[in-house]
Design a protein around this ligand. Structure first.
Ligand code: KIV
Length: 271
């Protein structure tokens, strides 16, 4: 029996065991009660209340505008639906950078007000103090290296990160730093597959890749992208498992026809 099916709840400890046994970890984003319930019942290991809510829920171009209160609202909705998955919540832009006291307050607000199980933070050495402080309060931290979307204006591009030796070496060192600080897991976003595998092999904690190749310990996708709800995002790493936007379009068009023609509601659909 797999470790996932043996576990009653997915914890940071279970994830570590999954890595040790070579069992891949499946993670998706979720932002609302109904979808989170479907994903949890389907057997997902980790639900990430990502700051991608800024894009897919609120329609912003970047992840920067989403606020701490909005993240807490999404996290509360997800937590209410979940029975087994580990729920991780992104600390949004501006809630932790450059101020470890504020970082701890933000992480505590998320944990206390939403009931989530862990927080995720983007960055390496520059967020060390914040990571230490949050961990000291007993809050599990998931790291995030490579293409970190909260720094998009610094990068100036969504292109693959760490292709050059210098940035790759920095990423390897920062992954080790995050592990040594006590992070339970690290997301590796949009880096060469070879580097993703090398970093994953060098760490005891699991890595979760998004555009980081098949050598990471697990994979994450934004739920709207993998289900084909969003249609205008086509990075190479994205596999679409469904075309939900087309299905919804068909259903809504049929509904409109039925209402206009008087076919809906029929006799059985009324009191
Ligand atoms: O916010 C998000 O959805 C993320 C994933 C892309 C890892 O951080």
């Amino acid at each position: 029996m797999s470790i996932h099916s043996q576990a009653k709840k997915i914890t940071t400890h279970v994830l570590r065991e999954m890595k040790e046994k070579g069992e891949k970890i499946a993670m998706l984003t979720a932002y609302d009660f109904s979808m989170a319930g479907i994903l949890d019942r389907a057997g997902i290991d980790i639900l990430l209340v990502g700051d991608s809510a800024s894009n897919v829920m609120a329609g912003h171009e970047t992840t920067l505008p989403v606020t701490l209160d909005q993240m807490i609202y999404h996290a509360q909705s997800v937590v209410r639906a979940v029975e087994k998955a580990l729920v991780v919540v992104d600390l949004p832009f501006g809630s932790y950078q450059g101020n470890s006291t504020k970082a701890l307050a933000s992480a505590i607000a998320i944990m206390k007000e939403s009931g989530a199980h862990a927080v995720k933070m983007e960055g390496g050495a520059e967020i060390k103090e914040s990571v230490i402080r949050i961990l000291s309060a007993g809050i599990p931290v998931m790291g995030h290296l490579g293409l970190t979307p909260q720094s998009i204006y610094k990068f100036g591009t969504y292109a693959v990160r760490a292709k050059e030796e210098e940035e790759a070496e920095k990423l390897k060192a920062e992954a080790l730093l995050l592990e040594n600080l006590g992070c339970f897991c690290i997301v590796l976003e949009k880096i060469p597959a070879k580097l993703g595998e090398e970093v994953s092999k060098s760490l005891k904690i699991p890595t979760i890749g998004i555009g980081a190749g098949s050598g990471t310990d697990g994979q994450v996708l934004v739920m709207h992208d993998m289900l084909g709800i969003s249609t205008d995002f086509h990075p190479r790493f994205l596999r679409r498992y469904h075309n939900l936007s087309e299905e919804i379009d068909k259903a809504v068009k049929q509904y409109i026809i039925d209402v206009r023609s008087g076919d809906f509601p029929n006799e059985k659909e009324q009191y």
